[in-house]
Ligand binder design. Structure first.
Ligand SMILES: NC(=O)c1ccc[n+]([C@@H]2O[C@H](COP(=O)([O-])OP(=O)(O)OC[C@H]3O[C@@H](n4cnc5c(N)ncnc54)[C@H](O)[C@@H]3O)[C@@H](O)[C@H]2O)c1
Length: 331
């Protein structure tokens, strides 16, 4: 298949690109703006096997150049960090909504299949039970609101123009090459550096953890077997409180448990996410990696790949961290 992978230099997109090359022998073009979260290094070892286009999804000319000759578009490109969406929502609206619109127009013009990568955060928080694809959409942050807006636009292109459009909604991902502002790499790298481990509020927020390769396979499965006009949830096999995740990282890194520090909670912090993935499982997808195994592989990857994270921890991320947590990062 000839795929245009937008946002393919990010955490999940680069994992997806690797899998498509190895498992399917696809012809891949990556279109990526290379924001702070997107790095060519994420495609290390496969850059010679793909076509890389540096550009933004909201830029019609860049999209027109990248899409020619492709059979399908898979869109990962997004601003993705909830905390950044609270302090500055504008870029989220531009990339997540306007950018999706430009891609949908390109898919319509060329008659392409279109897969939108989305998130469990579109459903909001749930105290008990799990969200299905029929649950109401109740996003609570600017990040999740823009992802929800994009999902609704995708459905509208199916209903109005008959576009072969599908959505795959993942739960919280973890694994190699995740930018260190997100919970698991933040805690791993701080634990390895002997730095404090900042936990929001009481640390009892629950997330449904999904290993990144399992999500990459779920997205590929939806692309190949999903029905246009449908969304498919792709959730991980386990749910854990944040504090439990941090404790497991402390065990795996040998860090001092006294490094845990409870910090002021994120405004509007969703308490629990939980997805039912029965619809995607009926198509034949199953998560393969249990949390314990995936976390220990992830810790090992960060131990072995200081070349990847050292430039990040000593660059702009330091300023972001200091502004956000009100303290300097140890490097
Ligand atoms: N990380 C998770 O836990 C998770 C869970 C479910 C769904 N998702 C979704 O998966 C997708 C990928 O998430 P991720 O964690 O890999 O994100 P990421 O922040 O690591 O990567 C995003 C990528 O998009 C690129 N990008 C940003 N704005 C762009 C623009 N305007 N034009 C072109 N490229 C642009 C960045 O350079 C980067 O390479 C997102 O759509 C996100 O909403 C993420």
């Amino acid at each position: 298949m000839r795929l245009l992978v937008c946002g393919g230099a990010g955490f999940i997109g680069s994992t997806f690109v690797r899998r498509r090359l190895v498992d399917h022998g696809d012809d891949v073009t990556v279109l990526d703006k290379l924001t702070y979260a997107g790095r060519r290094e994420n495609l290390d070892g496969v850059l010679d096997d793909i076509r890389f286009v540096h550009g933004a999804i909201e830029d019609q000319a860049a999209v027109a150049g990248a899409v020619s000759g492709c059979d399908a578009i898979v869109n990962f490109a997004a601003e993705t960090h909830v905390d950044r969406s609270i302090s500055g929502p504008e870029e989220f609206i531009m990339t997540n909504m306007q950018g999706t619109h430009v891609l949908l127009e390109a898919a319509r013009e060329h008659g392409l299949r279109y897969l939108q990568v989305s998130t469990d955060e579109v459903y909001g928080s749930i105290d008990s039970g799990s969200f299905t694809e029929d649950s109401p959409l109740q996003p609570s942050s600017p990040y999740s609101a823009t992802k929800t807006g994009a999902d609704l636009l995708v459905f509208s292109y199916f209903h109005t123009y008959g576009l072969e459009a599908l959505i795959c909604r993942g739960s919280n991902n973890y694994g190699p090459r995740q930018y260190p502002e997100k919970l698991i790499p933040l805690m791993i790298l701080n634990a390895l550096a002997g730095d404090s481990l900042p936990v929001y509020g009481d640390g009892r927020n629950v997330r449904n953890w999904l290993y990144v390769d399992d999500f990459a396979r779920g997205i590929g499965h939806t692309l190949a077997h999903g029905q246009p006009g449908e969304a498919y949830n792709c959730g991980g096999p386990e749910e854990l409180e944040n504090l439990e995740v941090v404790q497991r990282i402390i065990e795996l890194t040998g860090a001092d448990p006294a490094l845990v520090e409870h910090v002021t909670d994120r405004p509007g912090h969703d308490r629990r996410y939980s997805l039912s993935s029965d619809k995607l499982k009926r198509l034949g997808w199953e998560p393969q990696v249990r949390f314990g195994e995936g976390l220990s592989q992830t810790v090992q990857w960060y131990r072995d790949n200081a070349w990847w994270w050292e430039p990040v921890r000593s660059g702009d991320y330091r300023d972001y961290y200091e502004r956000h947590y009100g303290r300097a990062l140890k490097v």
